[in-house]
Design a protein around this ligand. Sequence first.
Ligand code: ACO
Length: 426
Amino acid sequence: MTKTAQLIFEGKTIDLPIVEGTHGDRAIDITRLRSEAGLITYDPGYMNTGPCRSAITFVDGENGVLRYRGYPIDQIAERGSFTETAWLLIFGELPTRDQLARFSAGLCAEELLHEDVKHHFEGFPPNGHPMAMLSAIVNSLGCYHHDLLEIESKGEFYLAASKIISKVRTIAAFSYRKSMGLPFMYPNPALSYCRNFLHMMFSIPHRHYDPSPEAVRALSLFLTLHADHEQNCSTSTVRMVGSSQANLFASVSAGICALWGRLHGGANAGVVAMLEQIRDGHRTPREVLELAKQKKFRLMGFGHRIYKSYDPRAVILKKAAHELLYKLGKADELMDIGMELESAALSDPYFIERKLYPNVDFYSGIILRALNIPVQMFPVMFAIGRMPGWIAHWYEEHLEHKSKIHRPRQIYTGQVLRDYVPIDER
Ligand code: ACO
């Protein structure tokens, strides 16, 4: 028997069904609330709203649990690769050796941009932000692949997903090269996904950049840990745009825009800026914490809407940052400052009471710095990583026949009815 919750309002009792997830999480189904009670729900920031059912990623924020398609993130991080994770998220199962080989070959086949796409970069100013270029050019891919604007078969979806996952890396690297005034380096199909990206970023004509295996592995880990995180701001944006049956290119391009903000994918750059301020003597860690507590500043890389304990991705990234610096024989003062700040925050009643812990962005910047990725590329790196998640969510929604256009309501608080006043009488 379906469980229900009862709402009693103005003498009327309304039964509202309970929806349950596989881990027992429960939600009140309010789809008939307005028609039966004349009420809508008011939930700024969607703190208590589940707009969909999803079988992609499970997060238990209280206990610091994250699983992709049921697999614990620490197992995937230790043993998987980014392309394998992309397949898992999008298609629901770990790929067989053959599936992975064909997927990787497909990504290689799609790595080049149409030559005309290169001209789009000429239209941007020299110091244009790579995140703006990424979003614009990913959207423009729809102009070059008309046949994939309407996805009507699994084969078409597979092709569109492969194109985006492969080309986003080329576009990202070209955006950086444009911002540096450097010539574009074409992708090399002989290289793995991550190695190829580093080649496009850092090779120069007649001097091939050959990153260490540790650097390649760290990049794959970074991307893997960013690959999905259920209904976050950017993924919800992708689903919102996709709900109007907008095409995949446009939908993920909107996700890139949503990711850019400092409270979301822009936080990793904010962390580095904050740590640099401390390093350069502009503020002490204590001053930073005091400003955060006075609400004049957000401690970047701290706090999370869902996690009320340590973000499991931050645990993995902190360890990986240490290992990478050690293996590359590098030191980074920002790592030490970050750890000092973290330990001060975690013993401060303000952060303890509010259950504010380091999130994925706190240590990710240290890894990106060790890979020589410039700070303005940090959100771009996040976007490359999050792409499989956005695509998986877009497709999940696309396949759901009962999926409805996302169209929230509001509580109107403006003027009541009044008559138009001619301009001379105002
Ligand atoms: N520094 C200081 N105080 C904070 C922080 C922080 N980083 N985060 C939350 N708080 C405080 C709030 O001021 C609030 O205090 P109050 O109860 O006294 O009013 C309380 O903690 C709850 O915070 P909310 O803003 O209600 O939490 P919300 O879930 O809306 O925000 C968010 C989550 C945006 C991540 C927030 O913690 C934040 O701004 N963090 C810093 C930016 C950041 O690191 N973003 C990356 C998030 S992970 C990601 O997107 C990949």
